[in-house]
Design a protein around this ligand. Structure first.
Ligand code: FAD
Ligand code: SIN
Length: 529
């Protein structure tokens, strides 16, 4: 089946829905919003801490937020992207509020601001400790109410369409690669439909699910990055995978693991060893509020020194009522596994959380492929550099969705539908009866990435990951040619592609910088011990 939409958006998180609403409100065309499971399931809906923005102009200012972002990014962020996102903050917050998102306020009507690691001021807007859920809820309501937007749930984007599909050879050096839409699998009919578009927007989120332990839901398999890379788009900064220092340690619940928000350390939570001893003084003068790469590495090191599988976060010294009020979901979750956080330490360990790199885009969110935009976690805007400052990603997604909407609307007349695109051809392929191959290979990817491409890396570990991923790549590509495409097979293929990109770009970076820490090129004195 062939479908035609002026705007095709792949992904229904904060990035995809913000873009969808803006182009729909322009009245300039029909919008398709595609998501591979339900419209609710996304990294966005899991966000806890909040969204960073300078809103209290008396105490805070743009220069401080810019500086905090550059420091966290280990000075390799693109300053133009940092300025665009930080200064776009208040307008982005206003747009979210107009679309129906609620942020907590104080009695005087101003926003109740939290503080998180690496922030020099209180500037995190939040909705208790489930900010992402509230953002997702508000945007879904606005999207479903808009007549120009058609939502396709449970539709899996398999490949984006370029000249390659017209039989023209496309390499990484081809100058004018263009995107004409995407091939999308409808699991009900088991057919791959052709979605033709004038503008295609990748908003597929991150790839934490390539690791064995992650805060990301299972959908975060890096599909958009893998699709764009296969279509010869430029992909950058993949080595910068952020590990959140404090996921709840609860064996059996690692994929995904429940997050204990960084706002809890901003609130006064103290990191301790299980025997109560503090340890952050050994690593950074900001103690528990140091940026999360430093805290995650410190915890990783303490766990190795003491042979333990978690450390603890302590809020027992805080007022119990206040703790329950600020963190109702964390309180309830911990209580459900027998931990009363007002009286007991919370067991925590680091796990994969966020990808700073992705599809390289300019200030208008344009990728290196014409008519293909990328927004949100799948993109690499340069904002995060070597490491993301907490709560900057929701903000980046909204600001860049606006930039992409503005640019694509201004250029829409130059983009025509390409009616020569052929339909997907899977003649001669068979149904795959051996699901075990896919499930087992996916677990292998998790183990390879966690063991060899984790918080602490080395040349040897990375080479080992590369060799093993290469073998999985050969086997999976052979299977993909032979059998009918299914979501799990496509995800496996994408996970292998993304794992390969993280590993290769990590091998290429011959220094420890930001989130990429390798024992072969140590950075800080304490790292060499
Ligand atoms: P997502 O919200 O992940 O949406 C991705 C969408 O793409 C989904 O709809 C999915 O179905 C779709 N998709 C993916 N692949 C395909 C495919 N092949 N075909 C069709 N559809 C596809 N950031 C902050 O700034 N503040 C926070 O407090 C914060 N807390 C976080 C807490 C947790 C537990 C996690 C996991 C992340 C947190 N983050 C936070 C990061 C932030 O939530 C994400 O970076 C952001 O929400 C990503 O939004 P997105 O729109 O790019 O992608
Ligand atoms: C958190 O709440 O700790 C997550 C914040 C973020 O990832 O930005």
């Amino acid at each position: 089946m062939i479908r035609k939409f002026d705007f095709l958006i792949i992904g229904s998180g904060v990035a995809g829905m913000s873009y969808a609403l803006q182009v729909a409100e322009s009245g300039k065309g029909k919008v398709a919003l595609v998501c591979k499971t339900t419209i609710e399931e996304s990294n966005t809906s899991k966000a806890q801490g909040g969204i960073a923005s300078v809103t209290d102009m008396e105490k805070d200012d743009y220069r401080k937020h810019i500086k905090d972002t550059l420091v966290a990014g280990d000075y390799i962020s693109d300053p133009r992207a940092v300025e665009q996102v930080v200064k776009g903050g208040p307008a982005a917050i206003s747009r979210l509020v107009e679309w129906g998102v609620n942020f907590d306020k104080k009695a005087d009507g101003t926003f109740d601001l939290h503080r998180e690691g690496g922030h020099s001021e209180f500037r995190i807007l939040h909705h208790a400790d489930d900010t992402g859920f509230e953002i997702q809820r508000g945007l879904i309501e606005a999207v479903l109410a808009h007549p120009a937007i058609t939502v396709f749930e449970n539709h899996f984007a398999v490949e984006i369409i370029t000249q390659h599909h017209l039989g023209i050879e496309v390499t990484r050096r081809t100058p004018d690669i263009e995107c004409y839409g995407a091939y999308i699998l409808d699991p009900d009919t088991r057919k791959i439909d052709t979605f033709l578009s004038r503008v295609t927007v990748m908003a597929t989120g991150g790839c934490g699910a390539v690791y064995a332990s992650t805060t990301n839901p299972n959908i975060a398999t890096g599909d958009g990055i893998a699709m764009a890379y296969r279509a010869k788009a430029t992909v950058k900064d993949m080595e910068f995978v952020q590990f959140h220092p404090t996921a709840l340690y609860h064996p059996g619940e690692t994929h995904p693991a429940f997050l204990i928000t960084e706002a809890m350390r901003g609130y006064g939570g103290i990191l301790r060893l299980p025997d109560g001893a503090e340890f952050m003084q050994k690593y950074d003068k900001r103690l528990s509020l140091a940026p999360r790469d430093i805290v995650a590495r410190a915890i990783d090191k303490e766990m190795k020194i003491h042979g333990i599988d978690h450390v603890c976060l302590d809020v027992t010294h805080k007022d119990a009522e206040e703790t329950r009020r600020h963190f109702p979901n964390i309180y309830a979750k911990c209580l459900s596994i027998g931990i009363d956080i007002t009286k007991q330490y919370i067991p925590v360990a680091p796990c994969a959380h966020y990808l700073c790199g992705g599809i390289l885009v300019d200030l208008n969110a344009c990728s290196s492929i014409k008519r293909l935009y990328a927004v949100g976690e799948c993109s690499c805007t340069g904002l995060h550099g070597g490491n993301r400052l907490a709560s900057n990603s929701l903000l980046e997604a909204v600001v860049y969705a606006e930039a992409a909407a503005r640019h694509s609307l201004a250029h829409l007349n130059e983009y025509a539908f390409n009616d020569r695109v052929p339909e997907w051809n899977d003649e001669g392929t068979l149904s795959n009866e051996e699901k075990i191959l896919i499930a087992q290979d996916a677990k292998e990817v998790w183990q390879i990435m966690s063991s060899y491409v984790g918080i602490v890396r080395s040349d040897l570990r990375l080479k080992r990951a590369w060799t093993r991923l290469d073998l999985l790549y050969e086997e999976t590509e052979e299977l993909f040619k032979r059998v009918k495409a299914t979501p799990d097979l496509c995800e496996l293929r994408n996970m292998i592609n993304v794992g390969y990109l993280i590993t290769r770009q990590a091998i290429e970076r011959k220094e420890s910088r930001g989130l990429h820490y390798t024992i072969d090129y140590p950075k800080h004195a304490y790292d060499q011990k």
